[in-house]
Design a protein around this ligand. Structure first.
Ligand SMILES: O=C(O)CCC(=O)C(=O)O
Length: 207
């Protein structure tokens, strides 16, 4: 049962959302409350993960994946965080009128073992609309916005850590597509796997 809000009450989602829309991405180092972070990590620790394919087109990746969809009833902390994130974006944030109807119907839970190289530079698919929200729940890794797929020119780079949130711009209806190339390195710490939970609204699905 819930015993505290997932997101820190003082979180400045407004500034982060405007930055995401203007420059493509934003980083909030401390987004989750400590209590909720612990609950979320416990929930995702032993999900039935499947290894991601090593390569999809030009994108190389080294992680395990579990996807929760629709009502997400099997993962109540993930569902609760989704509700809270959407509520905070729509109630608290003036710029949220540009996020009309954003309802993430998918949560991608990724586990990066120590020694993984992460995910090479890529853009999220066009079916993921408006916003992509990436929470780190355990471990640390460099997350970078890149000029192009080569990844040689990192425009912005952050250290993700437990409780942090990265927002990435998705496709916005009526605007030219300008999804940023981004990449995440493998876990920074040699013995600690990294876990992330990424919320996406997949327009190719009904729920
Ligand atoms: O695990 C992450 O930090 C996000 C990885 C990513 O960019 C993706 O799955 O598209």
């Amino acid at each position: 049962m819930a015993d505290g809000p997932p997101l820190r009450p003082c979180l400045d989602l407004g500034t982060a959302l405007i930055a995401t829309q203007e420059v493509g991405a934003a980083h909030l180092p401390e987004a989750l409350t400590a209590q909720f972070l612990s609950r979320l990590q416990t929930e995702i620790e032993h999900l039935p993960y499947e290894p991601l394919p090593d390569q999809i087109g030009p994108v190389r990746q080294n992680a395990d994946l579990f996807i929760a969809r629709g009502g997400m009833t099997e993962v109540p902390a993930i569902a609760e965080l989704r509700d809270c994130l959407v509520r905070r974006l729509t109630d608290d944030v003036a710029a949220a009128n540009t996020l009309t109807g954003w309802w993430p119907n998918e949560a991608y839970v990724q586990r990066y073992p120590p020694g993984s190289f992460g995910v090479s530079p890529h853009r999220d698919s066009v079916q993921f609309t408006q916003l992509i929200a990436v929470f780190t729940t355990q471990g640390r890794a460099r997350f970078a916005i890149c000029r192009d797929r080569s990844g040689t020119d990192r425009l912005t780079e952050w250290q993700t850590a437990p409780g942090s949130l990265v927002l990435v711009r998705g496709v916005v209806s009526g605007h030219p597509p300008n999804r940023p190339f981004h990449t995440v390195d493998g876990p920074t710490d040699a013995h600690v796997p990294r876990f992330s939970v990424t919320y996406r609204m997949n327009t190719h699905r009904d729920t």
